[in-house]
Design a protein around this ligand. Structure first.
Ligand code: SF4
Length: 239
């Protein structure tokens, strides 16, 4: 092996290892993030986890997120109390639902959940179906965290990937969204216990796209090809 080949192999391996270490392994508890997407997809991701491949975009996304969180914490610590890297659990009838907000800030008698999102979209953006669906999932997640941590409200902090500009979106407590999250946690847990796949919930993120430069499949659901719930012939009919 020459030195270039060694460098390339080490680089790819380092990315794969980083992603593997940052993977959320199923430990019997249902994480809020498991129920933000189609329950059928989460069911199969837990039962038959896809192999970790060196995905550069995902690597950059996680890396940037960690970096922004760390520098933000350093600055904010001069002004307010903070809690981070804590698991919040809620017992449900058939198990435990867990949430891991990025940051909880105690400021001016308020307790606020802050969730950082690096994104290529302008959010909110009702003209873009991907952005709209993404925002819906983020709101659901933040509402769950606000309730689980007994906070006053939540803030989604969007960082635009193209230029690093922040934008803020306030999320209020919402009992009905929180009940929906908890109910989805119970459904997923029951499906796993009974070995019964939940119904698919097709949306704009199901279908992979073909990279025009490389011809490779990117994004989309890893279980798309075998999914009876997506109608491949009438593309995007559910949008
Ligand atoms: S293709 Fe869509 S509906 Fe089917 S499992 Fe995946 S996310 Fe769910």
């Amino acid at each position: 092996m020459n030195i270039e080949a060694l460098l390339e192999a080490s680089y790819m391996n380092a990315i794969r290892r980083f992603l593997q270490e940052n993977k959320r392994e199923y430990d019997g508890r249902i994480h809020v993030s498991h129920v933000l997407q189609c329950l059928r997809r989460s069911y199969y991701e837990i039962k038959t986890p896809p192999e970790t491949v060196p995905n550069f975009n995902l690597f950059i996304g996680i890396g940037i997120h960690e970096l922004i969180e760390a520098i933000l914490v350093r600055e904010l610590s001069e002004y307010c109390g903070m809690i981070r890297n804590v698991y919040y659990e809620v017992e449900v009838s058939n198990g435990v639902c867990v949430g891991t907000p990025d940051l909880i800030i105690e400021f001016d008698d308020y307790r606020v959940v802050v969730d950082l999102k690096t994104t290529k979209y302008n959010l909110p953006n009702s003209k873009n179906k991907f952005a709209e669906k993404m925002l819906e999932k983020y709101i659901m997640q933040t509402v769950a965290y606000v309730h689980m941590t007994n906070s006053d409200f939540g803030i989604l902090m969007f960082i635009k990937r193209q230029n690093g500009k922040p934008k803020f979106f306030r999320v209020e407590r919402n009992d009905s969204i929180y009940r929906e999250v908890i109910s989805r946690c119970k459904r997923l847990k029951r499906a796993l216990e009974l070995d019964e796949e939940p119904e698919g919930e097709p949306d704009v993120f199901c279908e992979p796209y073909i990279d025009p430069k490389t011809g490779e499949k990117r994004g989309g659901c890893p279980f798309y090809d075998s999914c009876p719930y997506v109608r491949k012939l009438v593309k995007h009919e559910w949008w």
